[in-house]
Structure formats: structure tokens, C-alpha cells
Design a protein around this ligand. Structure first.
Ligand SMILES: Nc1ncnc2c1ncn2[C@@H]1O[C@H](COP(=O)(O)OP(=O)(O)OP(=O)(O)O)[C@@H](O)[C@H]1O
Ligand SMILES: [Mg+2]
Length: 391
């Protein structure tokens, strides 16, 4: 009945065998629907609202990540979508259905909470079956659905264990299975891998992507881990202090940050304070606080005399042993190997700190901490922001 031909087509990437294909198809939602959040505002009673005029979309069947520092309002947005709090203002819809007027239970949403709690006294199978029992799904169907989901999360044979008899990662997968049990049209994941170590997080991210792709369920994942967001989501919604700062693909957010906050939150960005000296056409000259001048080929909206901060990524800063055209003098503070690269922290003559990376093999005579070096910044890739914004 709810066999989705699109899913049947996508099953080869999931694994061999028609039995698996049938399992996926029957665990799939009826059809993916887009999530729309408009002007969502919520205050818990404090002075500033926890969530302020937040709008974004998650296209049907896609996975988006809500990203931002602790306390910026991510969980509040999720709770409002799930119907666990009643927001002061805003419209939330799934496809053509206005969720705002529905009770939490009627919304058909699967959710994994920030501190994922399985019922400790129920077995794995009973945990997964719980939402189905609430819906009074007949026992034989419940059993069949639990078996499908256990296979889907690769925990066949674990049904009779108690949560405390599982590893953290296995418990996490059971929480995801429980969220998927009632075939939701929307899956909400709040920091689902927060408590786990890095290697396990990565494995579960891959697993989650596989599950999400095979089920095609529209998914919103909350995280404050930018790498997790970048690896999982096709769309990032960046929040800061209750507001959305940017919504774009991971690469656009990285290459074209709209604000200094976004620039610094996604990846590392060194900040060089300066004053706009002159600006004409697509070129601007910025005099840095070191006295050096950078010629930036960017469409700058700044007038001469404006205090700005120029930002650059570590991979766009080159280290040289001798001065050359447009080099800036620096002193090496520390060099740290990180996988195939060397990360150098440097200090400019006025104390400004700047980071550079280079491939380990590419380094010529290795500079040592304390050495005077010269850096060259790829000015085509720098960004400029007014100095009084950002945090
Ligand atoms: N039940 C509550 N009562 C009062 N204030 C709350 C409540 N829940 C959250 N807040 C406040 O609302 C703001 C947003 O909280 P929220 O839990 O949405 O943040 P978050 O982005 O999920 O943070 P984290 O990454 O730490 O989980 C915070 O300032 C928080 O202190
Ligand atoms: Mg939270």
C-alpha cells in the first residue's frame, strides 16, 4: 500500500536482496513532505525571546541542519515544530498541513531528544514498539514493524535486551528506530550523537545518512557541531541568539558567509582589523592595524575611513621565509601537525593572531616557533565585515 517506487529504485545503494528492499519500503513514510517554518517566535518569559522571527524550509525528503552555539534556540525551534511548546507566534506546516493547530500527537512527527532517553525498564523491542502501542496498532503488526526496524538499524537479535545492556551508539540507533516506528512524515533529531565519541559519531552519521536516504523522510537535525552539520545536511540554517543569520548549502556558507558570526562559526577565520583607505569599483584598499595594506578585489560596500575586519581562512594564508610583494611580517608562535597538514599559529607585529595551514610535505625549511616569517594572504578569498558587528 505504502510501497514507494522511488524507494524501491533507490534500494541497491542500501544493500542486496529483495527482502531488505521490502523492509525499507514498508518502513517508509507515505510520501515525503516539505517542512516550512515562518516567523516563529517564542519567549519563555525572559527579556529577550529564545527564538525570534525564525523562518526556514526543509524541502521534501531532504535533510537540513539547525546549527548554532549553545543557548541560541535550536531545541526551542524543534520543540515548537514537534508541538511540545506553543510558540507565541509563527506558522509551521508540513506539505499543505498547518501543524500549528494540531496537537503534538496528531502531527505525525518522529523525534529523538537531546538527552535521548530510552525507557530503561522496557526491552529494545518494547521501546521501539512504544509509539505503535500508543496508536493501538495490533500486536502482530507491531512485532513485524519492530523486526523491520531492528534490521534497518542493524540490531537484529537485540530485541530482548534492556537499554543498559547496549553501548551508547546502539542505544542511539534504538532511539532513532523508535522515532521512525510510526512512519513519521518528519524526523526531528536533537543533538542525536552529542554524548558519543568522535569515531562512533562518524559511524552513526554515515548510518543516519544511509537510513535517511533509504527512507526519504524529511529530516531536521539539530547540532552545534559544524562538521556534523556539513557532512549530514544539504542545507544549513545558522542561528545566533534566537535569530537566523544564514540559510545556504554547506559550501556556500563556508565560501560566502553573510556575517562575521557565520564566518567564524563555520571553520576557522582569522580576523585582521583595519580601516578602509580607498574604495573604487570592485577594489578596495584596507590599511591593517599592522600598517600593511591589503588590496581586496571584492564588491565592498564600505566608505573610506570605515573600521572593518578582514577575515581569512588558514588555507588561504601562505608562509614564506623571505619578504616579497604584499607580504606581511609575522612571528611563528606554534606549529601543530594535523593529519596531512601543518597548522601554524602566527602573531603579526601589532599582536594580531593569524592561522595558516600547509601540506606537511610541501613545507620547505621548517620554521620553528619564534622565527620571523612572512605571510601572503589570498586576498580574492578574504571577507570584509564592519568592525562593530559580530561577536
Ligand atoms: N524551559 C525553559 N524555560 C526558560 N528558559 C528556557 C527553557 N528552555 C530553554 N530556555 C532558554 O531559551 C534559550 C534557548 O534555549 P534552547 O534550549 O532552545 O537552546 P539550544 O540552542 O538548544 O542550546 P544547546 O545547544 O545548549 O542545547 C536559552 O537561553 C535557554 O536558557
Ligand atoms: Mg538544545
Amino acid at each position: 500500500m505504502d510501497t514507494n517506487p522511488a524507494l524501491a529504485r533507490s534500494t541497491p545503494e542500501f544493500g542486496p536482496g529483495t527482502a531488505t528492499a521490502a523492509r525499507i519500503a514498508s518502513a517508509a513514510p507515505m510520501s515525503a513532505r516539505a517542512l516550512s517554518v515562518r516567523a516563529l517566535t517564542h519567549s519563555y518569559g525572559g527579556t529577550a525571546p529564545a527564538v525570534d522571527d525564525v523562518s526556514f524550509d526543509v524541502p521534501a525528503g531532504e535533510i537540513a541542519a539547525l546549527l548554532g552555539p549553545s543557548g541560541c534556540g535550536k531545541s526551542t525551534v524543534l520543540r515548537a515544530i514537534a508541538g511540545l511548546i506553543r510558540p507565541n507566534r509563527g506558522i509551521i506546516s508540513l506539505g499543505t498541513t498547518n501543524l500549528t493547530v494540531l496537537s503534538a500527537r496528531a502531527r505525525g512527527i518522529g523525534m529523538v531528544f537531546q538527552n535521548y532517553a530510552l525507557f530503561p525498564h522496557l526491552t529494545v523491542a518494547e521501546n521501539i514498539a512504544y509509539p505503535l502501542a500508543c496508536q493501538r496498532v495490533p500486536r502482530p503488526e507491531r512485532r513485524a514493524r519492530v523486526a523491520e526496524l531492528l534490521a534497518l538499524i542493524r540490531l537484529d537479535g537485540f530485541g530482548s535486551r534492556l537499554p543498559r545492556e547496549l553501548s551508547g551508539g546502539q542505544q542511539q540507533r534504538v532511539a532513532v528506530a523508535r522515532a521512525l516506528a510510526a512512519r513519521p512524515s518528519l524526523l526531528l533529531l536533537d543533538e542525536p550523537f552529542g554524548a558519543l565519541d568522535r569515531a562512533l559519531r562518524f559511524d552513526l552519521q554515515v548510518e543516519m545518512l544511509r537510513l535517511q536516504k533509504s527512507l526519504g523522510v524529511t529530516t531536521l537535525i539539530v547540532t552545534h557541531d559544524q562538521e556534523e552539520a556539513q557532512s549530514l545536511a544539504t542545507r544549513l540554517v545558522l542561528m545566533n541568539r534566537g535569530r537566523v543569520e544564514q540559510i545556504d548549502s554547506p559550501t556556500t556558507v563556508y565560501d560566502h558567509p553573510k556575517t562575521l558570526f557565520v564566518n567564524s562559526f563555520i571553520g576557522h577565520a582569522s580576523r585582521l582589523p583595519g580601516i578602509v583607505e580607498a574604495s573604487r569599483g570592485h577594489e578596495a584598499m584596507v590599511r591593517l592595524s599592522t600598517g600593511d595594506t591589503l588590496v581586496l578585489k571584492r564588491d565592498l560596500q564600505f566608505i573610506a575611513g570605515a573600521p572593518v575586519v578582514v577575515t581569512c581562512r588558514p588555507e588561504d594564508v601562505r608562509l614564506l621565509a623571505a619578504p616579497g610583494p604584499a607580504t606581511i611580517e609575522a612571528r611563528l608562535t606554534i606549529s601543530v601537525p594535523l593529519g596531512p597538514t601543518l597548522v601554524h599559529d602566527l602573531r603579526l607585529v601589532d599582536g594580531t593572531e593569524i592561522r595558516a595551514t600547509e601540506m606537511r610535505g610541501a613545507a620547505g625549511r621548517a620554521a620553528v616557533p619564534g622565527d620571523r616569517v612572512y605571510i601572503q594572504v589570498d586576498t580574492d578569498r578574504c571577507h570584509v565585515f564592519p568592525r562593530d558587528t559580530g561577536n
